[in-house]
Structure formats: C-alpha cells, structure tokens
Ligand binder design. Structure first.
Ligand code: PLP
Length: 462
C-alpha cells in the first residue's frame, strides 16, 4: 500500500455514532445457515458480521442529514420539507416537475403506467429486476441491448454499461420500431456488473430518440457514482465536477426515475422527474391515489429532509473519490489473492467470478451460491448470488436445465458504513477460500417458489 493510495481511500468524515456488529462462532453460523434453508435472505441480520447483500437503503447518514431530519415538517400538505426536497431535485436534475415516491419501484410503476401501453416495448442497456417487472406489469415488453464488451467479464473497457447503439438503431428502424414506447438508460448499469455509461453513449441515445420521436428516460439510482466514473474515464469530462456531469446527463433525457435508497444516502425514498406537463398531471393523479399526496408521496417530512441533504452530499468529490478508491482497493486485494472480479471495478459493488474460482462445481451445483454460503460459514459475510440460482432455468423437479451465462456473486458495498479494515477482512476470508477452493461443496434445491425464486428458495448441501 503506497501512502498516496491511502490518501485517496481516506474517507472525508469521521465516525460519530456506531452500531455493534455480531460475531458468531463457526458452529453458530453453521446452525444458522441450515435453519435458513441455506438461503442468505432467510438469515437474521443479527447473525451477520459484514452485510454486503445490498447497497440499497443501507448507507450511513451524516450529522447534517440528522439535524435536518429533526426539523422535518410533517404537515399533510405543503410541508416545508417538501419544498426543500423539490428545490434540491430541481436544482440537481433541471426537471421542473418533481414527484416524491417511497422507493424506486413505486416510481417505475407510476411512470410506466403513463408511458407504456400494452404491446409496447421498453429498451434499456439493462433493466433492473423490479424495472423489468414493472414494464411487464404495464403490459409491455422489456428488451435489453447491452454493448458487446459487457459480456466479457475480463474486458477492462471503461464504459461497459453503454447500450449497443447499432442494435438500438436497428430496433428503431426495424419492424418493431413503432412499438418502442421508451428508451430507459440505467446509470450505472446495476444489472450488468455496476458498469458506468459514458456521456457519449447517452448523447447518442438522445439523438436516436429525437430522430424517432421516442421518450428517453434515465433510471438514475447511481447518478453520482456514474458521474464520478465519467469524470475519471471520459476525456471530455475530466475537468467537470460530478455535479456538472450528473446535470449534463439529466439534461439529455426527458425525465428520470430514481431510487434514492442508493445515491440519496438515505434508508428510503425515490423520485420521478419530468419535463412534460401532461405526463406530470397523469403521474400525479396516480401518485395521490397510490402513494400519498404529491407533497410527500409516501415519505415522512424527516425522510424528505435527509434526502434533500443526501443528494447534495453524495456529489462531493472527496466522498466519491474515497468510495471509488475503496472499492478498487478491495478489487486489487482480491486479485492478489487469486479471486477474479468483473473488470473494471465499479463503485457500489464487486462481482466475484465464482465459476472461475470453483471450477470443480458444475452450474447445477450452484457455484455462486456455494461461494456465498462459504463466505458466511467462514466469516459471517452475506452477499447475493447472481448466477444459475438467480437466473437459470429450472424444470418442475427443480433441476437446472438452462444455466446462467456466468456464475457471479455480488459484494454490494453500503455507503459510509464499512472501513477499509472491514473490507480487508472480507478479502482475507476470500483469500483463505481461494487457497483451498476444493473444500467448497455444491448445493441442490429442496423447494422453490414459481416467482422471484432467489428470495424464498430452500437448498441443502449436495
Ligand atoms: C434499486 C434499484 C431500483 C429499484 O429501486 P427500489 O428503491 O429498490 O424500489 C431500480 N433501478 C435500479 C437501477 C436500482 O438499483
């Protein structure tokens, strides 16, 4: 570790309030995992030492956020906290119309309810899973057109979150072109390795959408992290601040939906931003009927206050630099230990290539899941499988018939929660597994629900 490296990962804050984390014995963890049906989603949070299941709503808030929360105005309509939130979102995005929602998926449901008609198509670099579900619930079809580099896990290309522009143009000019109801760019591309999207790609998408008169929206859960990676990787934006870059991205689109549980630095919240007045009126009516009045949208005044402050703090360069450096450092520690991750390292998560680490396990033995279980058994670490258990096709007897293209495990990094010491611990536990991978055994499915399998599936050691 070079001193310069240490200065980059140094967080621009110190810790004021702490929460104890549990340390179970290996026997206790073995019993806990068996009780959970070998599904980490069934574990109790107080059985987990380091929780890398999700970066959603799991971040730490700041003194300024909590001070603002104490001033939260809980008036039913027209609360002071609403105006503060609305003005921050307007200032960030430039969209005149702002609708608060309790989390991202509520925003998706309301937006797609207006944007998409049955039989239409939503095109994306990759739809996030709830986004995909809400497109389908609107009676439409979700089509993913990721760029070619995205499917090469070792390719170091800087913007593997980009959409395939040729494929997009082919779709827009082809027989299904008239059915395209929206192009939705996910920044960063959470469904495909946390990879960023370049401003060049967003600009080209905007141009195509204008040419074919198709609405262009952003799914901007990680607007700040995407902006940071653009500032580091895209020459034309080197001298711009993350705030300027985020704004430039919003400027290109007709509107956005944002889960503020990520770059809102808060436990709950979301927002829809719109330019179009008629669309705003339609979405507002739905919002009032299903989420709450349009000045709170299912959120408390204190939530709106934390969010207004959070979207400001998240764009601070010192914070983004340290967070990006910390994830990149974990990726280097893992590479040194012989554990491959999807390249290049993003910010909110690292994706372990379990297929490569555990070649003795076939896809039907769920190597990603096996690695996730071993991380819990050895170190009390929880993470999410993104391989054949999550994405593969099963027959009626729960046998794997179509494996996923890759066997990945996602280590999601909550914001401002774990220090480099915690991440070093994670690297050490993984390094020990990498020294003797043969000891990691496979799993078989005991029972699985027909829908959203990964949440409720139960397994046993094979
Ligand atoms: C988390 C997420 C969502 C859904 O947001 P929720 O707040 O979890 O409902 C949508 N899109 C992306 C890219 C996300 O990461």
């Amino acid at each position: 570790m070079q001193p310069a490296d240490r200065r980059t990962t140094l967080p621009p804050y110190r810790i004021k309030v702490v929460e104890p984390i549990p340390f179970l014995t290996a026997d206790e963890r073995r019993a806990a995992l068996a009780d959970a049906g070998y599904n980490p989603f069934n574990l109790r949070a107080d059985q987990i030492t380091i929780d890398l299941l999700s970066d959603s709503g799991t971040g730490a808030t700041s003194t300024l956020q909590e001070a603002a929360a104490a001033l939260g105005d809980e008036s039913y309509a027209g609360a002071r906290s609403w105006f503060r939130f609305r003005d921050e979102i307007r200032d960030l995005t430039g969209y005149p119309h702002v609708l608060p929602v309790h989390q991202g998926r509520a925003g998706e449901r309301i937006l797609f309810g207006d944007l998409l008609k049955p039989g239409q198509i939503s095109i994306s670099n990759t739809h996030f899973d709830t986004t995909h579900a809400n497109v389908v619930l609107a009676g439409a079809q979700a089509v993913n057109l990721p760029c070619a580099a995205a499917t090469d896990l070792d390719d170091d290309a800087p913007f593997k979150g980009d959409i395939d522009l040729d494929a997009l143009e082919r779709t827009l000019t082809g027989p299904d072109g008239h059915r395209v109801g929206v192009v939705l760019m996910t920044i960063t591309n959470n469904g495909l390795g946390a990879q960023p999207v370049s401003m060049a790609n967003l600009t080209a998408v905007r141009d195509l959408c204008r040419r074919f008169d198709v609405p262009f929206f952003l799914d901007a859960a990680r607007f700040a992290e995407n902006a940071w990676l653009v500032s580091q990787r895209e020459e034309a934006y080197r001298d711009k601040t993350p705030r300027e870059i985020a704004r430039a991205a919003f400027d290109l689109a007709d509107g956005c939906v944002i889960s503020l549980k990520k770059d809102g630095l808060s436990a709950i919240g979301g927002v829809i931003g719109l330019r179009d007045e008629a669309r705003y009126a339609a979405c507002e009516a739905n919002l009032i009927a299903t989420e709450g009045f349009s000045t709170y949208g299912g959120l408390a005044g204190h939530d709106l206050e934390r969010l207004a402050q959070g979207v400001r703090e998240v764009l601070e360069p010192a914070y983004l630099r340290s967070r990006a450096a910390s994830t990149a450092r974990l990726a280097r520690l893992l590479a040194d230990a012989g554990v491959a991750t999807v390249a290049p390292a993003g910010i909110h998560a690292l994706y372990l290539n379990a297929g490569r680490l555990l070649p003795h396990l076939a896809p039907h033995q769920f190597p990603g899941h096996a690695l996730g279980c071993q991380l819990f058994l050895d170190g009390g670490i929880r993470c999410a499988e993104l391989g054949s258990l999550y994405l593969g096709g099963l027959d009626d007897a729960h046998q794997l018939v179509t494996p996923a293209p890759f066997e990945l495990v996602r280590l999601a990094i909550p914001r401002r929660v774990y220090t480099d010491a915690h991440l070093e611990y994670v690297a050490e536990v993984l390094a020990d597994i990498a020294k003797d991978p043969q000891r990691v055994g496979g799993y078989r499915i005991v029972s699985a629900p027909p829908l959203l399998r990964h949440f409720k599936v139960r397994l046993a050691p094979a």
